[in-house]
Design a protein around this ligand. Structure first.
Ligand code: UD1
Length: 337
């Protein structure tokens, strides 16, 4: 059985990836300290894959505890690394916490991989590294911009760390995945996003507002240089995104010599905030009070992916559309009642 270590495997994207890894015949081993997740995610995963995934409640930054996981569960066929903090605003307020956690945990992981001779790793990165690109859709050759938050900078550092490690050890096989905006939930509604406190991201805020948990949605600005004035993003269904990790791992298995490659993961299609709001209402029939407010600091006007490389090299493309993703997000939210 090809065991794959999934750090942050009880998180939003991690849990969906665990499901897809299991479906593809891998044996996922989850490491998560549940600080931004809940035990019931493991029940949700079990209800989809028909068995309980191996789980260790461990902080990925805790070298001794992680050593035990490698020693008792290994050898690992590969690692998919999600464990990280991800709230942009929080990272501005508490930068050291972000640097220590996001960068520290990757250092712990890479040292253990070296010690235990694990050669394959897939990293969760973000389109945040592009800032506001000059050319849209943006492809992987676009230059990295100065990060607009400590969170964004930790993604850039983690990418660079892996490039350097791959350079130093030519037997390392690395894929860096730059996600655009992951949304939606598993169509079974057994797993989905569980935001801590007030959601920062658009779609969880929409579903919580429609469910009556928030008073109204504020659209952050309608005076951008876009067709309807609201910001444009590339919203990708989390199940499509999860499947890309399986493709990436499979590609690394056959790639000789080993390599370090970066891929955009998006649909290639941009949607504005107002389009998302209108599509949500049309698809679900739910009531969604909203009004237009001022811009949010740090937002870029428009970003969407050129995902040609992932299609040509990994044989992956997004199959599910915005409508499906919003329906699944809503079904998940309704199940939380
Ligand atoms: C944000 C982060 C990005 C990170 C990603 C993680 C910033 C600048 N970027 O992306 O680095 O990788 O989350 O999930 O924070 N919006 C509203 N009202 C709301 C919430 C959002 O109008 O209540 C708008 C935003 O202005 C934006 C769009 O919806 O145009 C998407 O916002 P969000 O879901 O927060 O994602 P990003 O900002 O694109």
């Amino acid at each position: 059985m090809r065991k794959v270590l999934v750090t942050g495997g009880a998180g939003y994207i991690g849990s969906h990836t665990v499901v897809e890894l299991a479906a593809a015949g891998y044996e996922p081993v989850i490491v998560d300290d549940l600080r931004n997740s809940e035990e019931r995610v493991l029940d949700g995963i079990a209800s989809i894959i028909g068995r309980r995934a191996t789980f260790h409640r461990v902080d990925c930054n805790d070298g001794d505890a992680m050593e035990k996981v490698f020693a008792t569960e290994g050898p690992f066929h590969g690692v998919v690394h999600f464990a990280a903090y991800k709230a942009v605003g929080e990272s501005v307020a508490q930068p050291l916490m972000y640097y220590a956690n996001n960068i520290g945990s990757l250092i712990v992981l890479l040292r253990l991989m070296r010690r235990h001779d694990v050669k394959r790793i897939v990293l969760s990165s973000s389109c945040t590294v592009y800032g506001q690109p000059e050319k849209l859709p943006v492809d992987e050759s676009a230059p990295d911009r100065r990060a607009n938050s400590p969170y964004g900078f930790t993604k850039m550092v983690c990418e660079q760390m892996l490039r350097d490690v791959a350079q130093a050890d030519p037997t390392m096989a690395v894929v860096l995945l730059r996600y655009f905006n992951p949304i939606g939930a598993h169509p079974s509604a057994a797993i989905g996003e569980l935001p801590l406190g007030v959601p920062n991201n658009l779609v969880p805020f929409i579903t919580q507002t429609a469910a009556g948990l928030r008073e109204k949605l504020t659209v952050y600005g309608d005076d951008y240089d876009t067709p309807d004035g609201s910001c444009i993003r590339d919203y990708i269904h989390v199940v499509d995104l999860a499947q890309a990790h399986v493709k990436a791992l499979g590609w690394l298995e056959h790639r000789q010599p080993p390599t370090c490659e970066v891929f955009n993961l998006g649909t290639g299609h941009g949607s504005s905030v107002l389009e998302v709001v209108k599509t949500f209402i049309a698809e679900t029939g739910a009531k969604l009070p909203y009004s237009v407010g001022p811009r949010r600091e740090g937002d870029v006007a428009a970003v969407y992916a050129d995902a040609t490389k992932a299609h040509e090299v990994l044989g992956w493309e997004a199959k599910l559309d915005l409508r499906q993703a919003l329906r699944d997000a809503w079904r998940w939210q309704e199940g939380l009642k």
